[in-house]
Design a protein around this ligand. Structure first.
Ligand code: RIB
Length: 302
């Protein structure tokens, strides 16, 4: 198995469970509330670690209780968190996650220390980039740091995977050619392209539009409909079996993390998507972000 480096966010998730998502101006009564370790970057690193991968994470937390909990949780699954800086008198990132009866979520992130990640912090850890086989990024840390890392990783011929979430139109276009794989969901694909993604035909058109701008492989995750790999040679649909969905939080994170693990083991892109789909389809049957990620033994039974 190769080495994976995750550069990204760590958040404490403040999770509200409710039967019905409120619409603007509406107040609803929820069922319960809890705190749980999250953050797209940390979820991805945690998933790699829990499944036995070799993983380091570059990020930043505050010198508060949440920062400590997040680092300890990653350490518990053997993620190397030595490059996660603890910033004095700063607040760790937090995410306010509302999950409804169907398992769908909506999330507002307060970046906190994730916003304070700098290119100097990346430079300090350049050896980790050199040693990595795959560099995995998301968009919850400053965009200049993301692009700096992508450029550096490509300079050292690494496989670069970007989870373009939260999606923003136009921000990645000048580095598309340096990204090997990107995994938007349908909503994110629409934001990235400005195109409709309401049908499979439109999703493929939007994915191809990204290919034409230099992004080699687009893997569009479609929830219970599986995913589609779009590149200049193909548009291949990977369906998933129907399961009882209780919470979709971190499904995308576990998908991209396990895709990276499989790729780092030398498996093909198709086999890696099949594996990632199985793990993500398991994650949606459990609650929480990192708490929903299966062990190696559980994955073995899938
Ligand atoms: O992808 C899920 C994650 O998004 C949550 O854990 C939350 O922290 C936000 O970053």
């Amino acid at each position: 198995m190769g080495k994976i480096l995750v550069v990204g966010s760590l958040n404490m998730d403040f999770v509200i469970n409710t039967d019905k998502m409120p619409v603007p101006g509406e107040t609803v009564l929820g069922n319960y509330f809890n705190l749980s370790p999250g953050g797209k970057g940390a979820n991805q690193a945690y998933a790699v670690g829990k499944l036995g991968g070799n993983v380091s994470m570059i990020g930043a937390v505050g010198d508060d209780e949440n920062g400590n909990i997040l680092r300890e949780n990653l350490k518990s699954v053997n993620v190397d968190v030595s490059p996660v800086e603890v910033l004095k008198d700063c607040h760790t990132g937090s995410a306010f996650v509302t999950v409804d009866k169907s398992g769908e979520n909506s999330i507002v992130v307060i970046q906190g220390t994730n916003k304070l990640l700098t290119t100097e912090m990346i430079d300090k850890n350049v050896d980790l980039i050199k040693k990595a086989d795959i560099v995995l990024l998301q968009l919850e840390v400053p965009i200049n740091v993301i692009k700096y890392t992508i450029n550096l990783a490509k300079q050292y011929n690494k496989i670069v995977i970007v989870d373009p979430a939260p999606a923003v139109y136009g921000v990645l276009e000048d580095v598309f050619e340096k990204i090997d794989f990107s995994k938007p969901n349908e909503t994110e694909l629409s934001i990235l392209t400005g195109l409709p993604t309401d049908t499979e035909e439109n999703i493929i058109k939007a994915g191809k539009a990204l290919n034409q701008k230099g992004l080699k492989n687009v893997i569009v995750t479609l929830g219970s409909k599986g995913s589609i790999l779009i590149n200049e040679n193909e548009a291949t649909h990977f369906p998933v079996p129907q399961v009882n969905i209780v919470d979709t939080t971190a499904a995308g994170d576990s998908f991209i993390a396990t895709f990276a693990i499989s790729l780092s083991e030398g498996k093909s892109v198709h086999d890696s998507i099949e594996f990632a789909s199985k793990v993500a389809n398991f994650v949606v049957t459990r609650r929480g972000a990192q708490s929903s990620i299966p062990t190696k033994e559980e994955v073995g039974n899938l």
